[in-house]
Ligand binder design. Structure first.
Ligand code: ZN
Length: 291
């Protein structure tokens, strides 16, 4: 009987070790801040499993001349804006064919609603999602100085939009000023700023905004980082905490070279986005409170 018991234990241990080998495991590092998080959740953790393909999708994917978009990288909720009047009452469209991610459009509608309360009302979307054929045509027509080849443009993701003003050039219009000051609080980033052309490889575009979501847009704004720098920063930090609008977030980076498991504090909503090169970012909403 004892022999059987012994054999069972041996099998269980071997089996468990084998299971562990199947997945690499990433645990958030309990620095002094995350220890506080652990006590809030009474130390309980949730394990989430990441598929390697998840590297290529989500609001934080980096798409540039070095990292083309993956077939999974295009947002799954692309809509034709002219068919969604309920979302577009706060801005105009340059033409009826413009498409964009629905959730990004909803955030942009929130943004224009807030701007309208401050008297800034002349927003116009001039470009949104482009499929590879449209991007190729643009590249051929405009040339390498003004457009990127198909697959290398953020417009292929459905997360980027070119914003104009019906009052004139966006860089000189009140809409441009308002966006510069406030777009980040709705999850949008000015993707190609004037002082970062050496990093982005793209000349200053006052009109091109990209949705990255909160709290990322706030961190990038606070630290004056473009997406390239921010993703590198997360990779180095591995774990960042920030409070935005009374919401406390934990942001974790995990390298993913094969199917991976990540442990996060249990019982909190979270989102996963790839970086489009070698890992994922998990954003955990730790707490929300009202003043
Ligand atoms: Zn653009």
């Amino acid at each position: 009987m004892k022999k059987w018991l012994f054999l069972c234990i041996v099998l269980l241990v071997v089996g468990f070790r084998f299971y562990q080998k199947e997945e690499s495991s990433v645990k958030y590092r309990p620095d002094s801040k995350t220890v506080a998080v652990q006590s809030e959740t009474e130390g309980s953790e949730k394990t989430i499993h990441i598929d390697k393909e998840q590297i290529y999708e989500g609001n934080l994917i980096l798409v540039n001349k070095d990292y083309p978009i993956h077939k999974k990288g295009t947002a799954s909720d692309i809509i034709k804006l002219s068919q969604h009047e309920e979302l577009t009452s706060g801005f105009s469209l340059l033409d009826h064919s413009i498409r964009l991610s629905q959730s990004v459009t909803e955030q942009f509608a929130r943004l224009t609603e807030a701007a309208a309360k401050e008297g800034v009302t002349h927003f116009r979307i001039s470009s949104g999602y482009r499929d590879s054929e449209e991007q190729e045509v643009l590249y051929r027509e405009k040339g390498a100085d003004y457009a990127l080849p198909a697959g290398y443009s953020e417009h292929n993701s459905g997360l980027s939009l070119d914003i104009g003003s019906t009052l004139g050039e966006i860089g000189k219009a009140p809409e441009g000023d308002w966006l510069k000051a406030n777009a980040w609080s709705y999850g949008f980033i000015l993707r190609y700023p004037e002082d970062k052309t050496a990093i982005t490889g793209i000349k200053y575009e006052a009109w091109h905004f990209r949705y990255a979501g909160l709290p990322h847009s706030q961190i990038m704004k606070d630290k004056n980082m473009v997406l390239e720098e921010y993703l590198e920063y997360l990779k180095q930090q591995q774990s960042v905490q920030i409070t935005v609008d009374n919401r406390k977030y934990l942001v974790l980076y995990a390298p993913v070279s094969k199917n991976t498991s990540i442990q996060i504090p249990a019982g909190h909503p979270y989102e996963i986005s790839g970086n489009n090169s070698d890992g994922v970012i998990v954003t955990v909403l730790l707490s929300t409170w009202k003043i």
